[in-house]
Write a protein that binds this ligand. Structure first.
Ligand code: NAD
Ligand code: TDX
Length: 368
């Protein structure tokens, strides 16, 4: 079935923000594979999460340009937009829930202020489209039953998801107040190559590869719906090209799994013992369950996830196994300090050792 947008001229010149991060880098690669793409400018501040290595393979493409800078820098953003882009695809964010517990204000700045700066630039320049990459976390936590729909009220529970929800609301305000054309995608948890090892799946893979304990929060029965990053990139592309202005599209993998089950699957793939799982104190405000209804994206965008969780996880494990250098470089420097603060005492306690710092994190020890 054709929709109104499929008859509009394609968006050929894109300003992508946060393209050196996990999902953004997969999207940039996908955009450059599309024959109609004439320009991709990647604005990235290269925070601890931004890694130019993620896009080394496209650096020689004359249609690709990297611009180091922050989405909060209005002058920089305006100058890039004035060079002539059709649309902004906005990935840049502080994206890790655990870090948002230590430094919420950084999240307000990048996720809310940064989005507002980009919206303002889009409005002033009359861009044809603004795509906000958002998350299912804005809906909050689900009980045992039910799924998030695009009409589910927003109920974020941690500083990260609250800043994402606020940014989504700002996008809606620009649509209604200023008439800009904007689309929001809200995806479930992504996984795949190039994901920072602060996140659950790559953390467990890279720790297990080194026979280090894998810190599982609480009882390990929190449920996430896993979406392969390439499926998300295709969904974002479809929403950009075919989504209806002002609409939200949920993108989910249909792979709901308790964390403990995912942890066991990773250890099985690596032939490592389950005793590597270390139950540590739960994350404060930890959402119990996410599940997503993406029938709107299937119907209106013709999008459906293609990568099965079993194949995706196997390939992801294989990628991390084959790229220890990438993990080592990402894990050097400041990441070490973060890791010690986040897990140091918890893992010592799980092993029955005394805390190294005064800010002890109490931990329960459990068998799997
Ligand atoms: P990531 O942390 O891997 O990458 C974020 C990128 O943004 C990095 O390259 C970083 O350098 C850049 N960045 C940070 N602050 C910036 C600033 N002020 N200006 C310019 N660039 C800046 O994140 P990700 O996992 O790839 O997530 C990308 C987007 O997708 C985020 O908006 C996130 O909220 C959303 N999302 C992620 C997931 C997931 O499972 N990872 C799921 C749903 C939605
Ligand atoms: O060490 C850990 N131990 C653990 O049990 C970590 C890092 C996580 N977990 C649990 C917490 C969650 O239930 O694993 C699950 C996944 O955790 P994260 O990888 O931190 O993801 P989550 O908090 O679910 O948020 C992710 O999905 C939505 C992304 O980080 C967000 O950017 C996205 O918006």
């Amino acid at each position: 079935m054709r929709d109104a947008r499929s008859e509009m001229p394609p968006l050929e010149r894109l300003l992508v923000t946060g393209g050196c991060g996990f999902i953004g880098s997969h999207f940039v690669r996908l955009a450059l594979r599309r024959p109609r793409t004439r320009l991709v400018v990647n604005l990235d501040a290269l925070t601890y999460a931004g890694n130019p290595e993620n896009l080394r393979d496209v650096e020689g493409d004359p249609r690709y340009r990297f611009a180091k800078g922050s989405v909060c820098d209005a002058e920089r953003v305006d100058a890039l937009v004035r060079e002539g882009v059709d649309a902004i695809v906005h990935f840049a964010a502080e994206s890790h829930v655990d870090r948002s517990l230590y430094g919420p204000v950084d999240f307000v700045r990048t996720n809310l202020e940064g989005t507002s700066v980009l919206l303002e630039a889009a409005r002033r320049a009359g861009l044809r489209r603004f795509l906000q990459v958002s998350t299912d976390e804005v809906y909050g936590s689900l009980p045992r039953e039910g799924r998030f729909r695009e009409t589910t009220p927003l109920h974020p529970n941690n500083p990260y998801s609250t800043t994402k929800a606020a940014a989504d609301l700002m996008v809606g305000a620009y649509v209604r107040t200023f008439g800009i054309d904007a689309v929001v995608t809200r995806s479930s948890n992504n996984y795949g190559p190039h994901q920072h090892p602060e996140k659950f799946i790559p953390l467990f893979i890279s720790n297990a590869l080194q026979d280090k304990p894998c810190p599982l929060y609480g009882d390990g029965m929190h449920v996430r719906d896993w979406l392969h990053v390439e499926d998300n990139a295709r969904g974002i592309w479809a929403a950009l090209a075919k989504g209806k202005g002002g609409r939200v599209y949920n993108l989910g993998g249909g792979n709901e799994r308790p964390n403990l089950e995912v942890a066991r699957a990773i250890l099985r793939l690596l032939r490592k013992p389950e005793s590597l799982v270390a139950f540590v104190q739960d994350r404060p405000g930890h959402d119990r369950r996410y599940a997503i209804d993406c029938s709107r994206a299937r119907r209106d965008l013709g999008w459906t996830p293609r990568v099965s969780f079993e194949r995706g996880l196997r390939d992801t494990v294989a990628w991390y196994r084959a790229n220890p250098g990438w993990v080592e470089r990402v894990r050097s420097g400041a990441y070490r300090e973060y890791y010690a603060r986040q897990y140091g005492d918890a893992l010592r306690a799980a092993a029955g050792m005394p805390a190294a710092s005064r800010e002890t994190t109490p931990v329960r020890r459990r068998r799997t």
